[in-house]
Design a protein. Sequence first.
Lengths: 373, 205
Amino acid sequence: MNESGMQFGIFTVGDVTEDPTTGHTLSEHERITNILTIAQKVEEVGMEVFALGEHHNPPFIPSSPTTMLGYVAAKTENLILSTSTTLITTNDPVKIAEDYAMLQHVADGRVDLMMGRGNTGPVYPWFGKDIREGIPLAIENYALLHRLWTEDVVDWQGRYRTPLQGFTSTPRPLDGVAPFVWHGSIRSPEIAEQAAYYGDGFFANNIFWPKEHYMKLIGYYRQRFEHYGHGTAAQAIVGLGGQAFMAKNSQDAVKQFRPYFDNAPVYGHGPSLEEFTELTPLTVGSPQQVIDRYASMREYFGDYQRQLFLMDHAGLPLKTVLEQLDILGGEVVPALRKEFAKDRPADVPAAPTHASLVQKRVELVETSPANNA
Amino acid sequence: MTARRIAVISSGLSQPSSTRLLADRLTQAVERRLADAGVELTVDVIELRDLAHDITNNLITGFAAPKLEAALQTITTADGLIAVTPIFTTSYSGLFKSFVDILDPQSLTGMPVLIGATGGTERHSLALDYAIRPLFGYLHAVVVPTSVYAASSDWGSAEGALPERIDRAAGELAALIEQSDRSSQVIDPFALPEGFSPVGGYGAQ
Protein backbone atom coordinates (compact mmCIF):
# COMPACT_ATOMS: atom_id res chain seq x y z
CA MET A 1 0.00 0.00 0.00
CA ASN A 2 0.98 3.62 0.13
CA GLU A 3 -0.06 7.09 1.19
CA SER A 4 -3.41 6.78 -0.55
CA GLY A 5 -4.37 4.01 1.91
CA MET A 6 -5.96 2.31 -1.08
CA GLN A 7 -5.80 -1.25 -2.23
CA PHE A 8 -6.18 -1.98 -5.94
CA GLY A 9 -6.84 -5.26 -7.60
CA ILE A 10 -9.10 -7.28 -9.80
CA PHE A 11 -12.15 -9.40 -9.27
CA THR A 12 -13.28 -12.14 -11.57
CA VAL A 13 -16.58 -13.91 -11.98
CA GLY A 14 -14.86 -16.82 -13.71
CA ASP A 15 -17.12 -17.11 -16.72
CA VAL A 16 -16.27 -19.46 -19.58
CA THR A 17 -17.51 -17.45 -22.53
CA GLU A 18 -16.91 -17.86 -26.26
CA ASP A 19 -14.49 -15.33 -27.70
CA PRO A 20 -16.88 -13.60 -30.13
CA THR A 21 -14.05 -12.59 -32.43
CA THR A 22 -12.82 -16.15 -33.01
CA GLY A 23 -15.75 -18.36 -32.00
CA HIS A 24 -13.35 -20.23 -29.70
CA THR A 25 -14.39 -21.29 -26.20
CA LEU A 26 -11.80 -22.36 -23.64
CA SER A 27 -12.12 -25.64 -21.84
CA GLU A 28 -12.84 -25.45 -18.12
CA HIS A 29 -9.28 -26.55 -17.45
CA GLU A 30 -7.82 -23.81 -19.65
CA ARG A 31 -9.99 -21.17 -18.03
CA ILE A 32 -9.08 -22.32 -14.52
CA THR A 33 -5.35 -22.24 -15.24
CA ASN A 34 -5.78 -18.84 -16.94
CA ILE A 35 -7.43 -17.45 -13.82
CA LEU A 36 -4.51 -18.73 -11.75
CA THR A 37 -2.10 -17.01 -14.16
CA ILE A 38 -4.11 -13.78 -14.02
CA ALA A 39 -4.06 -13.83 -10.21
CA GLN A 40 -0.27 -14.03 -10.15
CA LYS A 41 -0.06 -11.25 -12.71
CA VAL A 42 -1.97 -8.95 -10.36
CA GLU A 43 0.90 -9.11 -7.88
CA GLU A 44 3.51 -8.84 -10.63
CA VAL A 45 2.08 -5.53 -11.86
CA GLY A 46 2.02 -4.09 -8.34
CA MET A 47 -1.58 -4.39 -7.25
CA GLU A 48 -2.71 -5.75 -3.89
CA VAL A 49 -5.89 -7.79 -4.27
CA PHE A 50 -7.17 -10.73 -6.25
CA ALA A 51 -10.80 -11.61 -5.59
CA LEU A 52 -12.58 -14.65 -6.98
CA GLY A 53 -16.30 -15.18 -7.38
CA GLU A 54 -18.15 -18.25 -6.23
CA HIS A 55 -20.64 -19.90 -8.56
CA HIS A 56 -22.32 -23.25 -8.83
CA ASN A 57 -23.61 -23.18 -12.38
CA PRO A 58 -22.16 -23.02 -15.89
CA PRO A 59 -20.77 -20.95 -17.56
CA PHE A 60 -19.01 -20.04 -14.31
CA ILE A 61 -16.30 -22.30 -12.95
CA PRO A 62 -15.11 -21.10 -9.52
CA SER A 63 -17.17 -23.43 -7.33
CA SER A 64 -14.29 -24.02 -4.94
CA PRO A 65 -12.60 -20.67 -4.28
CA THR A 66 -10.30 -21.68 -1.40
CA THR A 67 -8.72 -24.40 -3.55
CA MET A 68 -7.81 -21.88 -6.22
CA LEU A 69 -6.84 -19.17 -3.73
CA GLY A 70 -4.66 -21.67 -1.82
CA TYR A 71 -2.69 -22.26 -5.00
CA VAL A 72 -2.36 -18.52 -5.62
CA ALA A 73 -1.23 -18.06 -2.01
CA ALA A 74 1.67 -20.43 -2.60
CA LYS A 75 2.68 -18.64 -5.79
CA THR A 76 2.60 -15.09 -4.45
CA GLU A 77 4.26 -13.09 -1.68
CA ASN A 78 2.13 -10.07 -0.90
CA LEU A 79 -1.12 -10.48 -2.78
CA ILE A 80 -4.30 -10.35 -0.67
CA LEU A 81 -6.66 -13.17 -1.61
CA SER A 82 -10.30 -12.30 -1.45
CA THR A 83 -13.69 -13.33 -2.79
CA SER A 84 -16.35 -11.63 -4.86
CA THR A 85 -18.46 -13.02 -3.36
CA THR A 86 -18.66 -15.85 -0.86
CA LEU A 87 -22.22 -17.12 -0.73
CA ILE A 88 -23.25 -16.55 2.85
CA THR A 89 -26.76 -17.75 2.06
CA THR A 90 -26.22 -21.23 0.68
CA ASN A 91 -22.88 -22.22 2.25
CA ASP A 92 -22.75 -23.63 5.74
CA PRO A 93 -21.23 -20.86 7.87
CA VAL A 94 -19.29 -23.49 9.79
CA LYS A 95 -17.56 -24.58 6.60
CA ILE A 96 -16.84 -20.96 5.61
CA ALA A 97 -15.30 -20.41 9.04
CA GLU A 98 -13.07 -23.48 8.66
CA ASP A 99 -12.12 -23.01 5.00
CA TYR A 100 -11.16 -19.36 5.22
CA ALA A 101 -9.38 -19.65 8.56
CA MET A 102 -7.35 -22.44 6.97
CA LEU A 103 -6.62 -20.29 3.93
CA GLN A 104 -5.64 -17.47 6.27
CA HIS A 105 -2.99 -19.71 7.88
CA VAL A 106 -1.78 -21.05 4.55
CA ALA A 107 -1.46 -17.52 3.17
CA ASP A 108 0.11 -16.02 6.32
CA GLY A 109 -2.83 -13.74 6.86
CA ARG A 110 -3.23 -12.47 3.29
CA VAL A 111 -6.94 -13.25 3.23
CA ASP A 112 -10.19 -11.38 3.46
CA LEU A 113 -13.57 -12.13 2.02
CA MET A 114 -16.70 -10.53 0.71
CA MET A 115 -20.10 -11.85 1.63
CA GLY A 116 -22.82 -11.94 -0.98
CA ARG A 117 -26.20 -13.56 -1.42
CA GLY A 118 -25.75 -14.83 -4.97
CA ASN A 119 -28.00 -13.99 -7.86
CA THR A 120 -28.84 -17.35 -9.40
CA GLY A 121 -32.27 -18.57 -8.30
CA PRO A 122 -31.75 -22.35 -8.54
CA VAL A 123 -28.56 -22.30 -6.44
CA TYR A 124 -30.72 -21.87 -3.34
CA PRO A 125 -32.82 -25.01 -3.83
CA TRP A 126 -29.76 -26.95 -5.06
CA PHE A 127 -28.27 -26.30 -1.63
CA GLY A 128 -31.52 -26.93 0.19
CA LYS A 129 -32.39 -23.27 0.78
CA ASP A 130 -35.24 -20.95 -0.17
CA ILE A 131 -34.37 -17.80 -2.15
CA ARG A 132 -37.18 -15.90 -0.44
CA GLU A 133 -35.18 -16.33 2.77
CA GLY A 134 -32.08 -14.76 1.18
CA ILE A 135 -31.77 -11.83 3.58
CA PRO A 136 -32.57 -13.76 6.80
CA LEU A 137 -30.06 -16.43 5.69
CA ALA A 138 -27.37 -13.80 5.10
CA ILE A 139 -28.07 -12.24 8.49
CA GLU A 140 -28.22 -15.42 10.55
CA ASN A 141 -25.38 -17.27 8.81
CA TYR A 142 -23.04 -14.34 9.18
CA ALA A 143 -23.98 -13.91 12.83
CA LEU A 144 -22.85 -17.50 13.38
CA LEU A 145 -19.71 -17.12 11.23
CA HIS A 146 -18.74 -14.04 13.20
CA ARG A 147 -19.08 -15.91 16.48
CA LEU A 148 -17.17 -18.94 15.21
CA TRP A 149 -14.21 -16.66 14.44
CA THR A 150 -14.33 -14.56 17.58
CA GLU A 151 -15.31 -17.13 20.25
CA ASP A 152 -13.31 -20.30 20.87
CA VAL A 153 -16.27 -22.37 22.01
CA VAL A 154 -19.69 -21.71 20.57
CA ASP A 155 -23.13 -22.83 21.73
CA TRP A 156 -25.58 -21.81 19.08
CA GLN A 157 -29.10 -22.29 17.86
CA GLY A 158 -30.66 -20.78 14.76
CA ARG A 159 -33.35 -21.26 12.19
CA TYR A 160 -31.31 -22.55 9.26
CA ARG A 161 -28.81 -25.14 10.44
CA THR A 162 -28.45 -27.76 13.11
CA PRO A 163 -27.66 -26.35 16.59
CA LEU A 164 -24.12 -26.39 17.95
CA GLN A 165 -23.10 -27.29 21.49
CA GLY A 166 -19.50 -26.80 22.56
CA PHE A 167 -18.28 -26.37 18.99
CA THR A 168 -14.81 -25.04 18.20
CA SER A 169 -14.10 -24.09 14.61
CA THR A 170 -10.56 -25.07 13.64
CA PRO A 171 -8.07 -23.78 12.89
CA ARG A 172 -8.60 -20.71 15.05
CA PRO A 173 -8.03 -17.51 13.04
CA LEU A 174 -4.37 -16.58 12.63
CA ASP A 175 -3.07 -14.45 15.53
CA GLY A 176 -6.58 -14.50 17.00
CA VAL A 177 -7.78 -12.13 14.29
CA ALA A 178 -10.58 -13.11 11.92
CA PRO A 179 -10.19 -12.33 8.22
CA PHE A 180 -11.60 -8.90 7.42
CA VAL A 181 -15.10 -9.11 5.98
CA TRP A 182 -16.72 -7.00 3.30
CA HIS A 183 -20.42 -7.23 2.58
CA GLY A 184 -21.44 -6.82 -1.03
CA SER A 185 -24.89 -5.70 -2.03
CA ILE A 186 -26.39 -3.88 -4.95
CA ARG A 187 -29.79 -3.02 -3.56
CA SER A 188 -30.44 -4.15 0.00
CA PRO A 189 -30.36 -1.67 2.87
CA GLU A 190 -30.47 -4.68 5.22
CA ILE A 191 -26.98 -5.72 4.08
CA ALA A 192 -25.63 -2.17 4.37
CA GLU A 193 -27.11 -2.11 7.88
CA GLN A 194 -25.45 -5.44 8.70
CA ALA A 195 -22.03 -4.24 7.48
CA ALA A 196 -22.42 -1.06 9.53
CA TYR A 197 -23.51 -2.95 12.66
CA TYR A 198 -20.36 -5.09 12.69
CA GLY A 199 -18.06 -2.29 11.56
CA ASP A 200 -17.22 -4.43 8.53
CA GLY A 201 -16.52 -3.16 5.04
CA PHE A 202 -19.16 -2.50 2.41
CA PHE A 203 -18.50 -3.19 -1.24
CA ALA A 204 -20.57 -1.91 -4.14
CA ASN A 205 -19.85 -3.77 -7.35
CA ASN A 206 -20.49 -0.55 -9.26
CA ILE A 207 -20.50 -2.37 -12.57
CA PHE A 208 -23.96 -2.98 -13.78
CA TRP A 209 -25.84 0.07 -12.64
CA PRO A 210 -25.32 3.85 -12.67
CA LYS A 211 -23.11 5.09 -9.86
CA GLU A 212 -25.92 7.23 -8.42
CA HIS A 213 -27.60 4.04 -7.26
CA TYR A 214 -24.54 2.86 -5.34
CA MET A 215 -23.87 6.34 -3.97
CA LYS A 216 -27.14 6.23 -2.07
CA LEU A 217 -26.47 2.79 -0.63
CA ILE A 218 -22.91 3.69 0.41
CA GLY A 219 -24.13 6.94 1.91
CA TYR A 220 -26.58 4.95 3.99
CA TYR A 221 -23.88 2.47 5.07
CA ARG A 222 -21.55 5.31 6.11
CA GLN A 223 -24.27 6.97 8.15
CA ARG A 224 -25.14 3.70 9.94
CA PHE A 225 -21.44 2.89 10.53
CA GLU A 226 -21.25 6.10 12.51
CA HIS A 227 -24.55 5.33 14.26
CA TYR A 228 -23.14 2.02 15.55
CA GLY A 229 -20.11 3.81 16.99
CA HIS A 230 -17.33 2.48 14.79
CA GLY A 231 -16.10 5.93 13.78
CA THR A 232 -17.33 8.80 11.67
CA ALA A 233 -19.19 8.22 8.43
CA ALA A 234 -16.03 9.25 6.57
CA GLN A 235 -14.12 6.48 8.35
CA ALA A 236 -16.36 3.65 7.15
CA ILE A 237 -14.61 1.03 5.01
CA VAL A 238 -15.79 1.23 1.43
CA GLY A 239 -14.82 -0.78 -1.61
CA LEU A 240 -15.89 -0.29 -5.21
CA GLY A 241 -15.87 -2.33 -8.33
CA GLY A 242 -15.10 -1.00 -11.76
CA GLN A 243 -14.44 -2.03 -15.28
CA ALA A 244 -12.09 -0.78 -17.96
CA PHE A 245 -10.59 -1.64 -21.30
CA MET A 246 -7.65 0.36 -22.55
CA ALA A 247 -5.46 1.06 -25.52
CA LYS A 248 -2.99 3.87 -26.12
CA ASN A 249 -5.40 5.34 -28.62
CA SER A 250 -8.93 5.45 -27.24
CA GLN A 251 -10.55 4.61 -30.59
CA ASP A 252 -8.50 1.39 -30.74
CA ALA A 253 -9.79 0.43 -27.29
CA VAL A 254 -13.39 0.94 -28.40
CA LYS A 255 -12.84 -1.03 -31.61
CA GLN A 256 -11.12 -3.90 -29.82
CA PHE A 257 -13.56 -4.15 -26.92
CA ARG A 258 -16.84 -3.65 -28.76
CA PRO A 259 -17.41 -7.28 -29.87
CA TYR A 260 -16.75 -8.47 -26.31
CA PHE A 261 -19.09 -5.83 -24.90
CA ASP A 262 -21.84 -6.53 -27.43
CA ASN A 263 -21.84 -10.25 -26.64
CA ALA A 264 -20.98 -10.11 -22.93
CA PRO A 265 -22.96 -12.14 -20.43
CA VAL A 266 -25.31 -10.00 -18.32
CA TYR A 267 -25.43 -6.78 -20.34
CA GLY A 268 -24.65 -7.92 -23.89
CA HIS A 269 -27.24 -7.31 -26.62
CA GLY A 270 -28.70 -4.49 -24.54
CA PRO A 271 -27.49 -0.91 -24.41
CA SER A 272 -24.79 0.26 -26.78
CA LEU A 273 -21.19 0.50 -25.58
CA GLU A 274 -21.55 4.28 -25.74
CA GLU A 275 -24.71 4.28 -23.60
CA PHE A 276 -23.27 1.84 -21.09
CA THR A 277 -19.99 3.71 -20.67
CA GLU A 278 -21.95 6.91 -20.11
CA LEU A 279 -24.34 5.40 -17.57
CA THR A 280 -22.03 3.05 -15.66
CA PRO A 281 -18.37 3.27 -14.58
CA LEU A 282 -17.23 1.08 -17.49
CA THR A 283 -14.51 3.08 -19.21
CA VAL A 284 -13.19 2.11 -22.61
CA GLY A 285 -10.44 4.33 -23.89
CA SER A 286 -6.95 5.57 -23.17
CA PRO A 287 -5.29 4.90 -19.79
CA GLN A 288 -5.67 8.61 -19.04
CA GLN A 289 -9.43 8.39 -19.54
CA VAL A 290 -9.56 5.53 -17.04
CA ILE A 291 -7.43 7.50 -14.59
CA ASP A 292 -9.71 10.52 -14.89
CA ARG A 293 -12.89 8.50 -14.51
CA TYR A 294 -11.76 6.56 -11.44
CA ALA A 295 -9.96 9.47 -9.79
CA SER A 296 -13.36 11.15 -9.70
CA MET A 297 -15.00 8.28 -7.76
CA ARG A 298 -13.99 9.73 -4.40
CA GLU A 299 -16.00 12.85 -5.23
CA TYR A 300 -19.10 10.68 -5.41
CA PHE A 301 -18.42 8.00 -2.80
CA GLY A 302 -16.04 9.75 -0.39
CA ASP A 303 -12.48 8.58 0.32
CA TYR A 304 -12.50 4.82 0.10
CA GLN A 305 -10.25 1.86 0.69
CA ARG A 306 -10.43 -0.63 -2.13
CA GLN A 307 -10.87 -0.45 -5.89
CA LEU A 308 -11.29 -3.69 -7.82
CA PHE A 309 -11.57 -3.97 -11.59
CA LEU A 310 -13.33 -6.60 -13.67
CA MET A 311 -10.86 -7.31 -16.49
CA ASP A 312 -11.11 -10.90 -17.66
CA HIS A 313 -14.69 -11.68 -18.62
CA ALA A 314 -16.74 -11.99 -21.81
CA GLY A 315 -14.31 -14.31 -23.57
CA LEU A 316 -11.33 -11.92 -23.64
CA PRO A 317 -8.23 -13.99 -24.42
CA LEU A 318 -5.58 -14.44 -21.74
CA LYS A 319 -2.99 -12.50 -23.73
CA THR A 320 -5.29 -9.48 -23.91
CA VAL A 321 -6.15 -9.68 -20.21
CA LEU A 322 -2.47 -9.80 -19.26
CA GLU A 323 -1.78 -6.77 -21.50
CA GLN A 324 -4.65 -4.95 -19.84
CA LEU A 325 -3.19 -5.74 -16.42
CA ASP A 326 0.18 -4.38 -17.55
CA ILE A 327 -1.48 -1.08 -18.45
CA LEU A 328 -3.60 -1.08 -15.30
CA GLY A 329 -0.72 -1.81 -12.94
CA GLY A 330 1.90 0.11 -14.91
CA GLU A 331 0.10 3.36 -15.69
CA VAL A 332 -3.37 3.62 -14.22
CA VAL A 333 -2.97 2.44 -10.64
CA PRO A 334 0.19 4.47 -9.87
CA ALA A 335 -1.59 7.60 -11.13
CA LEU A 336 -4.69 6.76 -9.13
CA ARG A 337 -2.63 6.24 -5.97
CA LYS A 338 -1.27 9.77 -6.39
CA GLU A 339 -4.72 11.19 -7.03
CA PHE A 340 -6.26 9.41 -4.06
CA ALA A 341 -3.42 10.47 -1.75
CA LYS A 342 -4.10 14.17 -2.50
CA ASP A 343 -5.94 15.82 0.38
CA ARG A 344 -6.94 12.49 1.86
CA PRO A 345 -7.82 13.32 5.48
CA ALA A 346 -5.39 11.75 7.96
CA ASP A 347 -8.21 10.16 9.94
CA VAL A 348 -9.59 8.19 7.01
CA PRO A 349 -8.35 4.66 7.68
CA ALA A 350 -6.18 2.78 5.22
CA ALA A 351 -7.60 -0.44 3.79
CA PRO A 352 -7.56 -3.14 6.48
CA THR A 353 -4.86 -5.81 6.31
CA HIS A 354 -4.05 -8.69 8.61
CA ALA A 355 -1.20 -6.65 10.10
CA SER A 356 -3.45 -3.65 10.76
CA LEU A 357 -6.10 -5.86 12.38
CA VAL A 358 -3.49 -7.52 14.61
CA GLN A 359 -2.25 -4.07 15.62
CA LYS A 360 -5.80 -2.95 16.39
CA ARG A 361 -6.36 -6.03 18.55
CA VAL A 362 -3.16 -5.38 20.52
CA GLU A 363 -4.32 -1.80 21.17
CA LEU A 364 -7.74 -3.03 22.28
CA VAL A 365 -6.25 -5.53 24.74
CA GLU A 366 -3.89 -2.90 26.16
CA THR A 367 -6.67 -0.40 26.75
CA SER A 368 -9.39 -2.76 27.94
CA PRO A 369 -10.58 -2.24 31.54
CA ALA A 370 -10.10 -5.96 32.27
CA ASN A 371 -6.44 -5.57 31.53
CA ASN A 372 -6.06 -2.62 33.90
CA ALA A 373 -7.75 -4.35 36.82
CA MET B 1 -57.27 24.78 -4.03
CA THR B 2 -56.37 21.11 -3.69
CA ALA B 3 -53.58 19.91 -5.97
CA ARG B 4 -53.25 16.45 -7.42
CA ARG B 5 -51.05 14.86 -10.06
CA ILE B 6 -51.83 12.02 -12.42
CA ALA B 7 -49.71 10.03 -14.83
CA VAL B 8 -50.94 8.78 -18.18
CA ILE B 9 -49.24 5.95 -20.02
CA SER B 10 -49.99 5.27 -23.63
CA SER B 11 -48.36 2.39 -25.46
CA GLY B 12 -49.61 3.06 -28.97
CA LEU B 13 -46.98 2.50 -31.62
CA SER B 14 -48.20 4.52 -34.57
CA GLN B 15 -48.10 8.28 -34.71
CA PRO B 16 -50.68 9.68 -34.48
CA SER B 17 -52.08 6.90 -32.38
CA SER B 18 -55.68 6.09 -31.50
CA THR B 19 -54.38 4.76 -28.17
CA ARG B 20 -53.01 8.21 -27.39
CA LEU B 21 -56.28 9.72 -28.60
CA LEU B 22 -58.23 7.60 -26.11
CA ALA B 23 -55.71 8.41 -23.36
CA ASP B 24 -56.18 12.12 -24.04
CA ARG B 25 -59.97 11.85 -24.01
CA LEU B 26 -59.87 10.01 -20.69
CA THR B 27 -57.44 12.57 -19.26
CA GLN B 28 -59.61 15.53 -20.32
CA ALA B 29 -62.65 13.91 -18.78
CA VAL B 30 -60.83 13.36 -15.49
CA GLU B 31 -59.57 16.96 -15.57
CA ARG B 32 -63.12 18.27 -16.05
CA ARG B 33 -64.44 16.19 -13.16
CA LEU B 34 -61.70 17.33 -10.81
CA ALA B 35 -61.99 20.97 -11.91
CA ASP B 36 -65.66 20.80 -10.95
CA ALA B 37 -64.60 19.51 -7.55
CA GLY B 38 -62.10 22.34 -7.13
CA VAL B 39 -59.01 20.20 -7.65
CA GLU B 40 -56.08 21.54 -9.61
CA LEU B 41 -54.65 18.69 -11.68
CA THR B 42 -51.17 18.25 -13.08
CA VAL B 43 -50.89 15.68 -15.85
CA ASP B 44 -47.74 13.84 -16.96
CA VAL B 45 -48.16 11.89 -20.18
CA ILE B 46 -45.68 9.12 -20.93
CA GLU B 47 -45.54 7.60 -24.40
CA LEU B 48 -43.93 4.19 -24.00
CA ARG B 49 -42.85 4.29 -27.65
CA ASP B 50 -40.35 7.01 -26.74
CA LEU B 51 -38.91 4.75 -24.04
CA ALA B 52 -38.94 1.48 -26.00
CA HIS B 53 -35.14 1.09 -26.19
CA ASP B 54 -34.64 1.98 -22.54
CA ILE B 55 -37.36 -0.49 -21.53
CA THR B 56 -35.64 -3.32 -23.42
CA ASN B 57 -32.26 -2.33 -21.99
CA ASN B 58 -33.72 -2.34 -18.51
CA LEU B 59 -35.01 -5.87 -19.02
CA ILE B 60 -31.48 -6.91 -19.98
CA THR B 61 -29.31 -4.90 -17.59
CA GLY B 62 -31.65 -4.51 -14.62
CA PHE B 63 -31.35 -0.74 -14.45
CA ALA B 64 -33.29 2.16 -15.93
CA ALA B 65 -31.54 4.81 -17.99
CA PRO B 66 -32.21 8.36 -16.68
CA LYS B 67 -35.20 9.15 -18.93
CA LEU B 68 -36.90 5.87 -18.01
CA GLU B 69 -36.01 6.27 -14.35
CA ALA B 70 -37.69 9.68 -14.39
CA ALA B 71 -40.80 8.14 -15.99
CA LEU B 72 -40.95 5.38 -13.38
CA GLN B 73 -40.64 7.96 -10.65
CA THR B 74 -43.36 10.12 -12.19
CA ILE B 75 -45.76 7.20 -12.43
CA THR B 76 -45.23 5.55 -9.08
CA THR B 77 -45.57 8.80 -7.13
CA ALA B 78 -48.73 10.01 -8.89
CA ASP B 79 -52.15 10.22 -7.26
CA GLY B 80 -53.66 8.20 -10.08
CA LEU B 81 -52.84 6.48 -13.30
CA ILE B 82 -54.53 6.24 -16.69
CA ALA B 83 -53.09 3.27 -18.58
CA VAL B 84 -54.03 2.69 -22.21
CA THR B 85 -52.73 -0.01 -24.51
CA PRO B 86 -53.61 -1.32 -27.93
CA ILE B 87 -54.83 -4.91 -27.92
CA PHE B 88 -52.39 -7.09 -29.85
CA THR B 89 -52.99 -10.80 -30.38
CA THR B 90 -55.64 -11.12 -27.64
CA SER B 91 -53.90 -9.02 -24.98
CA TYR B 92 -51.98 -5.90 -23.94
CA SER B 93 -49.11 -5.01 -26.27
CA GLY B 94 -45.68 -6.47 -25.55
CA LEU B 95 -44.25 -3.00 -24.96
CA PHE B 96 -46.93 -2.27 -22.38
CA LYS B 97 -46.26 -5.52 -20.52
CA SER B 98 -42.48 -5.04 -20.69
CA PHE B 99 -42.94 -1.67 -19.05
CA VAL B 100 -45.16 -3.11 -16.33
CA ASP B 101 -42.55 -5.86 -15.82
CA ILE B 102 -39.86 -3.37 -14.87
CA LEU B 103 -42.01 -1.59 -12.30
CA ASP B 104 -41.19 -2.50 -8.72
CA PRO B 105 -44.01 -4.95 -7.90
CA GLN B 106 -44.85 -2.96 -4.77
CA SER B 107 -44.81 0.44 -6.43
CA LEU B 108 -48.45 0.53 -7.56
CA THR B 109 -49.98 -0.77 -4.34
CA GLY B 110 -53.12 1.25 -3.68
CA MET B 111 -52.75 3.28 -6.89
CA PRO B 112 -56.08 4.38 -8.44
CA VAL B 113 -55.97 3.20 -12.05
CA LEU B 114 -58.24 3.69 -15.03
CA ILE B 115 -57.56 1.14 -17.75
CA GLY B 116 -58.30 1.67 -21.43
CA ALA B 117 -57.60 -0.20 -24.64
CA THR B 118 -57.95 0.24 -28.36
CA GLY B 119 -58.37 -2.26 -31.14
CA GLY B 120 -59.42 -2.72 -34.72
CA THR B 121 -62.74 -4.35 -33.88
CA GLU B 122 -65.12 -4.48 -30.95
CA ARG B 123 -64.49 -8.19 -30.56
CA HIS B 124 -61.37 -7.67 -28.41
CA SER B 125 -63.02 -5.54 -25.78
CA LEU B 126 -63.04 -8.22 -23.09
CA ALA B 127 -59.22 -8.25 -23.08
CA LEU B 128 -59.54 -5.34 -20.66
CA ASP B 129 -61.26 -7.59 -18.16
CA TYR B 130 -59.46 -10.88 -18.65
CA ALA B 131 -55.91 -9.54 -19.15
CA ILE B 132 -55.39 -5.94 -18.10
CA ARG B 133 -57.56 -5.80 -14.99
CA PRO B 134 -55.90 -8.91 -13.43
CA LEU B 135 -52.47 -7.47 -14.25
CA PHE B 136 -53.14 -4.42 -12.11
CA GLY B 137 -54.98 -6.53 -9.58
CA TYR B 138 -51.80 -8.55 -9.09
CA LEU B 139 -49.94 -5.28 -8.41
CA HIS B 140 -52.55 -4.35 -5.77
CA ALA B 141 -53.63 -1.29 -7.69
CA VAL B 142 -57.22 -0.08 -7.31
CA VAL B 143 -58.74 -0.39 -10.78
CA VAL B 144 -61.97 1.53 -11.25
CA PRO B 145 -65.00 -0.59 -12.23
CA THR B 146 -65.45 0.98 -15.66
CA SER B 147 -62.76 0.30 -18.22
CA VAL B 148 -62.90 1.89 -21.64
CA TYR B 149 -62.41 0.09 -24.91
CA ALA B 150 -62.40 2.01 -28.18
CA ALA B 151 -62.63 0.12 -31.45
CA SER B 152 -61.86 1.88 -34.73
CA SER B 153 -65.58 2.15 -35.43
CA ASP B 154 -66.20 4.04 -32.15
CA TRP B 155 -64.29 7.05 -33.50
CA GLY B 156 -66.83 7.40 -36.34
CA SER B 157 -69.93 6.65 -34.43
CA ALA B 158 -72.54 9.28 -33.64
CA GLU B 159 -73.94 7.06 -30.94
CA GLY B 160 -73.07 8.25 -27.47
CA ALA B 161 -71.57 5.01 -26.17
CA LEU B 162 -67.84 5.89 -26.11
CA PRO B 163 -68.15 9.40 -24.62
CA GLU B 164 -70.56 8.00 -22.04
CA ARG B 165 -68.14 5.26 -20.99
CA ILE B 166 -65.27 7.76 -20.90
CA ASP B 167 -67.26 10.06 -18.67
CA ARG B 168 -68.38 7.30 -16.30
CA ALA B 169 -64.84 5.90 -15.95
CA ALA B 170 -63.40 9.40 -15.46
CA GLY B 171 -65.88 10.09 -12.68
CA GLU B 172 -64.85 6.90 -10.90
CA LEU B 173 -61.16 7.70 -11.16
CA ALA B 174 -61.60 11.37 -10.20
CA ALA B 175 -63.33 10.37 -6.97
CA LEU B 176 -60.35 8.21 -5.95
CA ILE B 177 -57.78 10.82 -7.00
CA GLU B 178 -59.50 13.43 -4.87
CA GLN B 179 -58.95 11.22 -1.82
CA SER B 180 -55.36 10.26 -2.71
CA ASP B 181 -52.32 11.51 -0.81
CA ARG B 182 -49.81 9.46 -2.78
CA SER B 183 -48.10 12.40 -4.47
CA SER B 184 -47.35 14.06 -1.14
CA GLN B 185 -45.95 10.93 0.51
CA VAL B 186 -42.22 10.72 1.15
CA ILE B 187 -40.85 7.24 0.60
CA ASP B 188 -37.72 6.15 2.47
CA PRO B 189 -35.77 3.87 0.12
CA PHE B 190 -33.75 2.56 3.06
CA ALA B 191 -36.64 1.67 5.32
CA LEU B 192 -35.79 -1.64 6.96
CA PRO B 193 -38.52 -4.24 7.37
CA GLU B 194 -40.31 -4.07 10.68
CA GLY B 195 -38.51 -6.06 13.35
CA PHE B 196 -35.28 -6.29 11.31
CA SER B 197 -32.19 -7.03 13.37
CA PRO B 198 -28.67 -6.98 11.91
CA VAL B 199 -27.86 -10.11 13.92
CA GLY B 200 -31.08 -11.98 13.14
CA GLY B 201 -33.69 -13.47 15.41
CA TYR B 202 -31.42 -16.00 17.02
CA GLY B 203 -27.94 -14.79 16.22
CA ALA B 204 -27.39 -12.89 19.45
CA GLN B 205 -27.67 -16.00 21.62
